[in-house]
Ligand binder design. Structure first.
Ligand code: PLP
Length: 440
């Protein structure tokens, strides 16, 4: 290998992955790594799934690609039907893309076009939350509230309002009930709408369970319902970004199913292709679709690889695996075991401030001081040390640094395959605890 490729870091030469086997990845030297985060919450079925292999072979034998400007395809049509059959109430149409950022980008542009088509072209603003991540393309990056990812691209990003996240470990006040806390932070949306002028706002976007910036932080009970009410009161579209937390990761096919709140648009990706193909989807309410259908009849957007038959075939096989192997029940069961094991091993650890999450989507937040919840100095780059030590020990996990303003501690996100066994959970927790101890 001549080293002409470049990915993220120009300093690190990662090992060469050559094979995958169940919950493990194997490098060129034969070392095995337990995939405790499914990469970045992607590999929900593990790495050598036979149904996926067969489905992709069969699709390749029939049809690899047909441009959506000319054709639809059987796997894409089937996938859309299957997603809508399980989708939260009111979502009736599916727009297929190649990943999470594309799905969010499409949601933002569709929100804008919807309001133009219904004669409310003054609506153009998006409100999102701090400590959120919605993707790396410019529209999605502007919506996200992660300063570290945004900072150098500031001049390229449209102005977006960011309200408080729902992050009870740090922000719930003493004596405040979960419900009261949820209402208080949700009401920041009302305040921000009043400040901007509600008629100028087109959408509010949030992750029902926050992934890549906060480490599996779920909304507290009642929060999303209150957000829904506020959006409805002002005619603002509600977008749930389930790129990371959707597709069964929390033990429900869609994370918002647990909260019993339906959005106007919902994005999924990652687990949809389970790493076997790049695919994302935007699920859209009937009202939004109808406005376009009865208006211009044309969504002014698109990508060459959208609706790709191979990717759709993979996603159909993922859905079949989830359904036929009852993997949502497995996620709930193994998620509880993972949570229990983390609490037993790390619950009393002097530097573990919080253990949280749903299903097989769990986060461990590290603090220098449990009493005050003071995070470690970001200059220590604790998360990077944990990642390196875990990797040396043969564990893939997803540690992240605290935010620039120091309100969020270093944390580790765990999102193992839905097929993870009891023994593999024990190995995961053991290696993670070792890496945390080694790093501090
Ligand atoms: N939205 C959320 C919630 C994510 O976690 C991510 C990726 O981590 C994205 C969007 C972007 O997805 P992708 O990396 O597939 O473009």
């Amino acid at each position: 290998m001549t080293g002409h490729i470049f990915g993220r870091s120009t300093r690190i030469s990662p090992p060469v992955a050559v094979a995958g086997e169940g919950c493990y990845l194997i490098d060129a030297g034969g070392k095995r790594y337990l995939d405790g985060s499914g990469g970045a919450a992607v590999s929900c079925l593990g790495h050598s799934n036979q149904r996926l292999r067969q489905a992709l072979h069969a699709q390749l034998d029939r049809l690899a690609y047909a441009h959506t400007g000319f054709f639809t395809s059987e796997p894409a049509e089937t996938l859309a039907d299957r997603l809508i059959a399980k989708a939260p109430e009111g979502l009736e149409r599916v727009y297929l893309v190649s990943g999470g950022s594309e799905a969010v980008e499409a949601a933002i542009k569709l929100a804008r076009q919807y309001f133009v088509e219904i004669g409310q072209s003054q609506r153009h603003r998006v409100i999102a939350r701090r400590q959120s991540y919605h993707g790396n393309t410019l529209g999605a990056l502007a919506a996200g509230g992660n300063e570290w990812r945004r900072v150098q691209f500031g001049p390229l990003l449209v102005e977006t309002s960011h309200i408080a996240p729902c992050y009870e470990y740090r922000d719930r006040q003493e004596g405040e009930s979960l419900e009261a806390y949820g209402r208080r932070v949700a009401d920041e949306l009302e305040t921000e709408l009043q400040r901007l002028g509600p008629d100028s706002v087109m959408a509010f976007i949030c992750e029902p369970v926050v992934g890549a910036t906060s480490g599996a932080v779920p909304a507290v009970p009642g929060y999303l319902r209150r957000i829904r009410e506020i959006c409805d009161r002002h005619g603002v579209l509600l977008i749930f970004d389930e790129v990371m937390c959707g597709m069964g990761r929390t033990g429900h096919l869609f994370a918002c199913d647990e909260d019993r709140v339906a959005p106007d648009m919902l994005t999924i990706a990652k687990g949809l292709g389970a790493g076997y193909q790049p695919i994302g989807a935007l699920l859209v309410s009937g009202a939004i679709y109808d406005a376009i259908a009865q208006g211009s009849g044309f969504f002014q957007h698109g990508h060459t690889y959208m609706g790709h038959p191979m990717a759709a075939a993979a996603a159909n096989a993922v859905l079949s695996e989830i359904e036929e192997r009852d993997l949502l029940a497995a996620v709930r069961r193994q998620g509880e075991l993972l949570d229990r094991s983390l609490r037993e091993r790390l619950g009393q650890h002097p530097h573990v401030g919080d253990i949280r999450g749903r299903g097989l989507f769990r986060g461990v937040e590290l603090v220098e001081d449990r009493g005050t919840k003071r995070p470690f100095d970001p200059a220590l780059r604790l998360h990077a040390r944990i990642k390196a030590l875990a990797f040396d020990a043969g564990l893939i996990c997803y540690p992240m640094g605290g935010t620039i303003d120091g309100r969020l501690g270093d944390h580790v996100l765990l999102a193992p395959p839905f097929i993870i066994s009891d023994a593999e959970i024990a190995e995961l927790v053991d290696k993670l605890a070792g890496a945390i101890d080694g790093a501090i």
